[in-house]
Design a binder for this molecule. Structure first.
Ligand code: ADP
Ligand code: MG
Length: 567
């Protein structure tokens, strides 16, 4: 600690580059500081540091992190605590550029596996960024002393010592996450697709603010006929709406809360922090939102189960395009979701191509089916469930056609769900079973065609740099020469996931890309590696800004790489 003070004093007013000599390890009374990377100038990406406190000194009882579920929850809690402690202890702005700022990469309403905080039997580690202070372009040594020797120990002491934390709140956080994981196990065991607890708050503060709507939010309440009570490991018995497997329709007038319900289900693949409002809303973890995504690239996807007989005899068994239409993109999104093993498709009419979803009788009479390349989803949705075990939840306020194929119909009325299955079934037209011998032949969904990303697609080089992987935002990834547009990948919810995806694609190309196996199996191995060994396995440098994505979003990024694209 004293050696750091001396170094910083000596650096004062020197050129900013002199900070580079700080790299290394410093012993403080209660922790070890490691300065991992020093920024080149005050306007560059901030410097990276990590702090390790001995496990005995930190004092977290083993029971709080003994399972993976609990450990991820505790790490998340500590990270959010560090953030609060930064607000409390750190002055901020101390000169030019990012001077004076501390930050930790733990944010958002979801609890994800990350690498900003690590708890194990030896230590608690946190990784921060720090804007080393400058006046103009000269090192501000005295400011740096205040940051590193006063503010930092204050943050560490407040957030990393268990006896300084509110023990009841720590436990509540951990137990809530554990209950959410238990709810997903219950879904699996009881044969349900999703669960929405009574009291849940589904609407969000705004389209750009993922926190709960605070005023005028109507809490969710399950209709008796669809209600189930689940016993949670920590939270006692919990009543809520259990969406069964099969085909579920969500109907209702415009602005009555249909899309809000579906969006809560999309996010239900992740755990949420207590007080989010969705911390007791869960979905099977392989649920995928399916939408139309005009303009996306598609590479050798077998969309023939939905689309064939394209004009001029274009092949749809290995369909590629640089610019998909609404219906071809929606078809590809489904086939790719099935390829990843999804067993629940979430579809909203607001973001669907109508001609992909339905084709009414009059249109069938006018345009004969041998002239129509599209087999609408409605003709195949039952088969997907009966033969392949893939359920669907579909928001459809504009057409009653899906009454014929639905198992469950939920009506949203002024944000309240009602079970209208019998009324909808009374209005349904008799239809032939999906496997009736008279039915026209439709190409099969399985097995998925074996395909691999194009040679060169996974090359991370750009210009002079052998590896250039970065991202500006959650929904845009720059990988080598490719700019991958992820704006249609709605279940990608955190920028740390996008960063990890870039690194994981590179890791896949180096370690698991083989013509002997499907590329999805290769990606599964990459995800498995992350779960077993942590996210550091993918980064050549010690960073603290990674979060675990799902297989589906990792695959989605590769699936959207454009052929031969230049920046
Ligand atoms: P729909 O898809 O049926 O047209 P939306 O789900 O888009 O309706 O919801 C319309 C509006 O109502 C949105 O602004 C949403 O935030 C709000 N809303 C949804 N559910 C609730 C609720 N439970 N309480 C209060 N407002 C809600
Ligand atoms: Mg809507």
């Amino acid at each position: 600690m004293e050696s750091l003070r001396k170094k910083l004093l000596a650096l004062d007013t020197k050129s900013y580059k002199a900070y580079k000599t700080l790299s290394g390890i410093y012993h403080f009374p209660n922790f070890i500081l490691s300065i991992d990377h020093v920024q080149g100038d005050p306007f560059a990406t901030p410097s990276r540091i990590s702090i390790r406190m001995d496990a005995n000194h930190a004092g977290f009882p083993y029971a709080l992190w003994q399972t993976t579920s609990r450990r991820i929850a505790l790490e998340d809690y500590i990270g959010r605590g560090v953030k609060q402690a930064i607000d409390q202890h750190v002055k901020g702005q101390r000169g030019s550029g990012g001077s004076g700022e501390f930050a930790i990469s733990v944010n958002g309403q979801q609890v994800l596996m990350r690498n900003a905080v690590t708890v194990n039997d030896q230590f608690v580690e946190i990784r921060l960024t720090i804007g080393l202070p400058a006046h103009g372009r000269r090192a501000a040594g005295h400011e740096a002393i205040a940051m590193m020797l006063e503010e930092l120990p204050g943050v560490v002491d407040t957030a990393l010592c268990y006896h300084h934390l509110d023990e009841a709140r720590v436990l509540r956080h951990i137990q809530s996450i554990e209950d959410q994981d238990a709810l997903r196990v219950w879904l699996h065991q009881s044969g349900h697709a999703a669960f929405i607890a009574d009291g849940a708050i589904l609407p969000r503060a705004s389209g750009v603010d993922d926190r709960p709507l605070r005023t005028d939010a109507l809490a969710f309440c399950a209709p008796e006929s669809l209600a189930h009570t689940v016993n949670l490991p920590n939270g006692g018995s919990l009543r809520g709406l259990a969406i069964p497997l099969g085909i579920t329709l969500i109907v209702g007038g415009g602005f009555h809360g249909k899309s809000t319900l579906l969006q809560a289900l999309e996010c239900g693949v992740y755990n949420h922090i207590p007080d989010d409002g969705r911390e007791r809303v869960v979905c099977v973890d392989n649920a995928v939102k399916i939408r139309a995504e005009d303009n996306r690239a598609i590479t050798r996807v077998n969309i023939s189960p939905f689309i064939d007989k394209l004009p001029f005899g274009r092949d749809t068994v290995e369909f590629s395009t640089q610019n998909a239409s609404g219906s071809t993109s929606q078809a590809a999104n489904i086939i790719e979701a099935l390829e990843c093993g999804s067993q629940l498709l979430l579809i909203d009419e607001d973001t669907s191509a109508t001609n992909f979803m339905i084709r009414d009788e009059r249109m069938q009479a006018l345009v004969s089916s041998d002239k129509e390349p599209i087999t609408p989803f409605i003709h195949r949705v039952r088969e997907l469930y009966e033969d392949y075990g893939v359920s669907s939840v579909i928001v459809m306020g504009g057409s009653g056609d899906y009454f014929d194929v639905a198992d469950t119909v939920i009506m949203m009325e002024a944000y309240e769900p009602r079970d209208v299955t019998s009324a909808a079934k009374a209005l349904a037209f008799p239809t032939k079973p999906y496997n009736h011998p008279d039915r026209p032949f439709y190409p099969p969904f399985y097995p998925p065609t074996k395909r691999h990303p194009d040679a060169g697609a996974l090359n991370p080089a750009r210009g002079q740099r052998a590896i250039k992987i970065t991202n500006r935002s959650t929904h845009e990834l720059l990988y080598g020469e490719h700019s991958i547009d992820l704006s249609g990948v709605e279940q990608l919810i955190n920028i740390g996931q996008t960063r990890s995806i870039g690194l994981m694609i590179h890791y896949y190309s180096q370690h698991h890309s083989t013509p002997d196996d499907t590329f999805i199996n290769g990606l599964k191995k990459v995800i498995h590696h992350a779960e077993q060994h942590g996210l550091d396995a993918f980064s050549p440098y010690k960073v603290g800004n990674l979060a675990l994505p799902r297989l589906h979003e990792l695959a989605a990024a590769i699936n959207r790489i454009r052929k031969g694209q230049q920046q």
